[in-house]
Design a protein around this ligand. Structure first.
Ligand SMILES: CC/C=C\C/C=C\C/C=C\C/C=C\C=C\C(=O)SCCNC(=O)CCNC(=O)[C@H](O)C(C)(C)COP(=O)(O)OP(=O)(O)OC[C@H]1O[C@@H](n2cnc3c(N)ncnc32)[C@H](O)[C@@H]1OP(=O)(O)O
Ligand SMILES: Cc1cc2nc3c(=O)[nH]c(=O)nc-3n(C[C@H](O)[C@H](O)[C@H](O)COP(=O)(O)OP(=O)(O)OC[C@H]3O[C@@H](n4cnc5c(N)ncnc54)[C@H](O)[C@@H]3O)c2cc1C
Length: 572
């Protein structure tokens, strides 16, 4: 059923029912409330949207304007959209599909505001799908991509819901209007942490799709002359084509492994939180925010590199690459705009750095911040050794975190307020956080290829891919590694040479590495990436199905071109 709805396309958006609405019930409803709604959601007996973002606020959740005011006389919450900008705007499925929504609203009881909380609101009749009384719904109009999804708007005109419709696993409002605090005010945000974690896998899968399409096509496409008189070579034989595609292929594997770690961490930390141990929440938030931001940004850029590497046919929707790019671009904005998310990671790093300065031993993904030597140890390094490469990335990140934090401390010592010092150092902070996440991805990639249960021939290929990913990162960000002399110019030259060698080493396995993603043609939806490689025949068939080809002479000729040509000829 869900698959059928999924393929319905135009106007039916059930993705958010699965990835946001249902998980919100799982994570924020009491056991009693789960009995009422969870099975209905899992069986798609109701269809839901996750309605948090408003026309005026998406990033700043504490600034949301929708209100949920408790009325003890009727034991109901009154949901209201007080302003135009409080209109819920963007939620997937909200426009035409969903008949329920979890609505994030400012909770008021006994005249006091307790901040954003989630409420279950029925928005359409289960009989005729008409909007419920007091609810105004609609689609927000065409977007860059994903136009099969009805991202919608919703307004609430004093809509009354039972007290029990507040999702009360963490915070509660008693019948008399007493507010009961949650263990942490940020638990209301827990589903966003979960969803950001899933975006890491979405990014990996998107980059895997794009590299599958581009690598396969680069084996079919022959172009130009590498040597006079010789047959046109596969374009994948050009080193520049390998330099475009193989770092993206390596990143797809790196992000795939990072998403494994993210999933494991989310499960372990939320398991501890179920037992009341909140100690891991800050690290989980910082890691999910940073990984979401980093992987989606690299993926969007990487998909466009793959698109360009396919020449003109890459620009055609037949390639599947423009749609992939549009989807990946959405991942950079949705579920926490990338800059804002990376700043959240930076906030955590600055805090950890201060703790390390005060003598605390750091653990988890920031442990390296206390272990890395501040003074660079220059020297001839073995730039093909994974341990050396991981250490270089950790040194770079530690140096940049220290630099940004010290810069901020300096600004405050000059008398700047903390918030002003933060803002004036935020570009440094973003770069430091990106370096931190990059070092995590490299370390996790290296640890995975060294421990994953595969036969040694596969481990050798994965190790080459990890070296390629790391060497590409060092050469692309050489200045960061040279700045304090930790790496020398000779090290960077060695890294470039090893990178060229890795491109040649990965070439024979490139098709096998993309086939290993096991992405069916029905998922790839790409003429260029077809498993059977019959690109040209299917490109022609695809073009013939273009709506413009329904008639030999298009109606626009008679309407516009013919009179225009006639009048021009008459003037000759
Ligand atoms: C190829 C792809 C194919 C297809 C894809 C195509 C289309 C689909 C694409 C996307 C659609 C799918 C889903 C989209 C869903 C959505 O977008 S849902 C809405 C998402 N919205 C957000 O994410 C909002 C982002 N904003 C926030 O999270 C917060 O406002 C904030 C920016 C974090 C700021 O919060 P706040 O002001 O309250 O906090 P701070 O003052 O900054 O920090 C205070 C302390 O709180 C800690 N904190 C913050 N958030 C969390 C959290 N979630 N968990 C735990 N702790 C948190 C923060 O670290 C501070 O701690 P301290 O330093 O110790 O004080
Ligand atoms: C395809 C798609 C699907 C979506 N689905 C849903 C959904 O199902 N449910 C839902 O509730 N929402 C959904 N959203 C909305 C999405 O969550 C928001 O658009 C997103 O959180 C960004 O918020 P914003 O639009 O307010 O951006 P803004 O924050 O207005 O971003 C504009 C600029 O301001 C900058 N900025 C903002 N705050 C800061 C800061 N503190 N420091 C530095 N710079 C800052 C940003 O970096 C950015 O450059 C969806 C959006 C898209 C594109």
């Amino acid at each position: 059923m869900a698959a059928a709805l999924q393929t319905l396309g135009g106007g039916i958006g059930i993705t958010l029912h699965w990835i946001a609405f249902t998980p919100t019930i799982e994570q924020q409803a009491t056991e009693e409330q789960k009995k009422k709604w969870l099975k209905l959601a899992q069986d798609v007996a109701i269809v839901g949207a996750y309605a948090q973002t408003e026309m005026g606020h998406g990033t700043f959740v504490r600034g949301l304007e929708t209100t949920a005011t408790y009325d003890p006389s009727t034991q109901e919450f009154v949901i209201n959209s007080p302003t135009l900008t409080s209109t819920k705007w963007w939620p997937g499925g909200l426009g035409k599909t969903a008949n329920h929504a979890t609505v994030m609203a400012q909770l008021y009881t006994r005249g006091k505001c307790y901040g954003p909380h989630n409420f279950m609101v029925q928005i359409r009749s289960l009989e005729n799908h008409q909007p419920c009384p007091g609810v105004t719904l609609g689609d927000i109009g065409p977007k860059m991509e994903s136009n099969g999804n009805d991202n919608g708007f919703a307004r609430f005109d004093h809509v009354r819901i039972p007290r029990e419709n507040m999702l009360m696993k963490f915070a509660r409002v008693e019948a008399d209007g007493t507010y009961v605090q949650p263990p942490s005010s940020k638990l209301a945000y827990s589903n966003m942490v979960y969803l950001r974690g899933t975006f890491v896998m979405s990014a990996a899968q998107a980059l895997a799709s794009a590299t599958t399409i581009a690598v396969r096509y680069s084996c079919v496409r022959r172009q130009s002359e590498m040597k006079p008189g010789e047959p046109e070579p596969q374009i994948l034989e050009y080193q520049t084509q390998q330099y475009k595609l193989f770092p993206q292929l390596a990143a797809a594997y790196a992000f795939w492994f990072a998403s494994w770690f993210m999933t494991q961490q989310h499960g372990s930390i939320t398991g501890s939180m179920e037992k009341g141990d909140m100690s891991g929440l800050a690290e989980l938030h910082a890691l999910s925010a940073g990984l979401k931001s980093y992987t989606t940004a690299v993926t969007a850029r990487g998909i466009d590199v793959c698109r360009m590497a396919c020449g003109g046919h890459g620009y055609s929707h037949a390639s599947g690459l423009p749609a992939l790019f549009g989807g990946a671009a959405a991942l950079c904005t949705a579920e926490g705009e990338n800059t804002v998310m990376m700043l959240q990671t930076a906030r955590y790093l600055v805090k950890c750095f201060a703790q390390s300065q005060a003598g605390k031993r750091l653990t988890g993904t920031v442990a390296y911040l206390s272990a890395v030597q501040p003074s660079p140890v220059a020297g001839n390094r073995n730039m093909s050794d994974l341990g050396t490469l991981v250490a270089a990335f950790q040194h770079r990140a530690a140096r940049m975190v220290r630099h940004a934090a010290m810069q901020m401390q300096g600004e405050m010592q000059k008398g700047k307020a903390r918030e002003d010092a933060w803002n004036s150092c935020s570009v440094l902070l973003i770069k430091a956080a990106e370096a931190h996440v990059h070092s995590f991805v490299v370390r996790n990639f290296a640890e995975t290829v060294q421990t994953v249960e595969v036969d040694e021939s596969v481990r050798a290929v994965l190790t080459s891919l990890c070296q390629l990913y790391s060497l590409y990162g060092i050469t692309e960000h050489a200045g960061d590694f040279l700045k304090d002399g930790y790496l020398t110019g000779r090290d960077i030259d060695a890294a470039s040479s090893h990178l060229s060698a890795m491109l040649a080493r990965v070439r024979p396995d490139a098709v096998a590495l993309v086939d290993a993603f096991d992405l069916h043609d029905k998922i790839l939806r790409s003429v260029l990436g077809r498993y059977d490689g019959r690109v040209y025949e299917h490109l022609y068939e695809w073009a013939k199905k273009s709506p413009l080809n329904k008639s030999e002479v298009h109606e626009s000729y008679y309407k516009y071109l013919q009179p225009f040509l006639k009048s021009n000829r008459a003037k000759l």
